[in-house]
Design a protein around this ligand. Structure first.
Ligand code: SAH
Length: 373
């Protein structure tokens, strides 16, 4: 690699880390706010653009530091306006991210890991195995790429090109704790992207100790991938359940919400799979399980991928499930399938993973699967 990779990348540093960086090089702390604004609000790619900073400091910064955004290798736009990017993150690895416009709202779904180690049975990312965690720069870099794709940005512009961020792309965010917290801190930082804590959502398969730790560090919105109303079925779909069963996960979510202290509710994600978890008795059981948790329910019709062995629930089953849970007192929505013509829907984000586990060997890759059928 070029010598630039030895420089310190400032892109992923939240304010506190950037202040520590400036102090460590004998500069005043307030420089951090100036540089943070230039990087995230001004979209600066180099220190040379930072006109309110002395030439001498700009030269010094350029010698030791850089602002490095991951490289976009592919971008596509769906017929419904959904945009998808493939981003190279070294070697043969790439991750994907998706921007979903819905009226005023523009939700960016970002990845936190190259692949995923959890191996949920219905998720194509899991089938690819795992390579590594993304850095904070690679996570916040996704927000930067999406914003910049609409043209240059200006310092002090109030325009919001991304209004919401969800950590629902590739990976389990809580298995990459520090970089994810740093990136979310930047998303909410006034001198960076200034999103409110209600507009940044972390989705987890239920890593109980990390949910508790998260509550000590931040108060972003929480989404839980439940997908089953009882442990025997959830053990099958989300293997992590064997370590942290449903009641423990729900307990952690309650503690998290209680800390937020502001009438917040969790989002429960429930992927509906034909004949597996979509029967009326599952819906009734789910209502009972969620009785004491302040939450809303988001049903996600399963998005198929080659050789998954699962099918999407029938429309009638989805409607019936919604009816039963709504009747049971849950605010239930059905997530519309967006961007599926460009493989940008939930569970279809695959990128490319140079697998370090042996899991992907048991799985026929997407393109091979498609050509053999
Ligand atoms: N690891 C995190 C975030 C990534 S997945 C988590 O488990 O929450 C984001 C959501 O998409 C999760 O709820 C996940 O279970 C769901 N999902 C994964 N594969 C899917 C598929 N094929 N169809 C529909 N939803 C899927």
């Amino acid at each position: 690699m070029s010598s630039s990779s030895e420089k310190i990348n400032l892109l992923g540093m939240p304010l506190s880390k950037l202040e520590a960086f400036f102090e460590s090089i004998g500069e005043k702390k307030f420089r951090a706010v100036q540089v943070l604004k230039w990087i995230h609000q001004g979209g600066a790619e180099s220190f040379d653009e930072m006109t309110n900073i002395s030439k001498a400091l700009r030269v010094k910064l350029d010698e030791i530091a850089e602002i490095r955004t991951p490289e976009v290798v592919f971008q596509s736009e769906s017929s419904d306006g959904t945009r998808k990017w493939v981003i190279r993150v070294g070697g043969n690895n790439s991750v994907e991210m998706v921007l979903i416009p819905e009226g005023e709202r523009k939700t960016l779904c970002v990845s936190s890991q190259v692949g995923c180690s959890l191996n949920c049975s219905f998720c194509s990312t899991g089938k690819q195995g795992f390579n590594r965690n993304l850095t904070a720069a690679e996570i916040i870099g996704q927000v930067r790429i999406a914003i910049k794709s609409y043209g240059p940005i200006e310092l002090n512009s109030k325009q919001r090109r991304v209004t919401n961020v969800v950590l629902m792309g590739m990976g389990e965010p809580l298995m990459n704790f520090e970089p994810v917290v740093d990136a979310m801190t930047l998303m909410m930082e006034d001198n960076a992207y200034g999103l409110s804590k209600r507009r940044v959502t972390l989705s987890t398969a239920g890593l109980v100790p990390a949910i508790d730790e998260l509550g000590e560090r931040t108060d972003v919105s929480l989404a839980l991938s439940l997908h089953a109303p009882n442990d025997s079925l959830r053990d099958e779909l989300v293997p992590l359940n064997k370590r942290y069963p449903i009641q423990e996960v729900i307990g952690a979510a309650k503690r998290y919400l209680a800390r937020c202290n502001d009438k917040r509710v969790a989002t429960i994600e429930y992927t509906l799979i034909d004949g597996v978890n979509d029967q009326p008795e599952h819906a009734r059981e789910l209502v009972r399980v969620l009785r004491d948790l302040p939450c809303k329910l988001n049903l996600i019709p399963f998005n198929p991928f080659p050789n998954s062995g699962y099918r999407r629930s029938k429309r009638a089953a989805i409607d019936r499930f919604k009816e039963i849970t709504t009747h049971g007192g849950l605010i239930t929505t059905v997530r519309s399938t967006r961007g599926d013509d460009i493989d940008a829907a939930c569970g279809q984000l695959v990128g490319q993973v140079d697998d370090r586990t042996r899991r992907s060997q048991k799985y026929i890759p997407v393109n091979q699967g498609a050509s053999s059928s």
